[in-house]
Write a protein that binds this ligand. Structure first.
Ligand code: SF4
Length: 147
């Protein structure tokens, strides 16, 4: 049997149901939500983990120095925002896969929150090893659907 666990976010737009495994989004915009019940966090969080990137796209606005966020701080933000109603975090940069222990950070956030974890990449660093290390996220989310 298949079950779906939805996260619920309340806002001026209505009642928003989100399932991070399937990506299902349903917004009941006809349901009025009192302002005092609005989620305190933004719907989605975009984080530039690092400015580092080995490419030189002419249109890129990212500074190419190697500044990077502290992993523990990013995880703490994710946990706090998850509790306040955020539905997902998307990593960019720079190139997020250049971030040290990137797969571990994704895994930690997936395990510690109910948010979706996504990232934008140029793809050149998607080695079989990295894909393999990100793979358990999908398997874990899939397993959560089984009853
Ligand atoms: S791949 Fe992205 S971060 Fe890298 S240079 Fe191009 S636009 Fe900038």
């Amino acid at each position: 049997m298949l079950s779906v666990t939805c996260k619920i976010r309340l806002s001026a737009a209505g009642v928003h149901l989100f399932d991070r495994v399937s990506g299902m989004n349903v917004l009941f915009d006809e349901v009025p939500v009192p302002a005092e019940q609005f989620s305190r966090a933004p719907r989605y969080l975009s984080v530039a983990l690092t400015n580092a990137c080995e490419l030189h796209c002419a249109y890129c606005y990212a500074p190419k120095h190697t500044a990077a966020l502290v992993r523990e701080r990013v995880l703490a933000w994710a946990v706090e925002l998850d509790a306040a109603g955020c539905l997902g975090v998307g990593f960019g940069g720079g190139e997020p896969t250049a971030y040290r222990r990137f797969a571990q950070l994704c895994s930690d956030i997936a395990r510690s929150t109910s948010m979706a974890v996504t990232f934008t990449t140029h793809g050149h660093r998607l080695t079989p090893e990295l894909v393999e290390s990100l793979g358990p996220l999908w398997h874990r989310w899939s397993a959560a659907r089984e009853v």
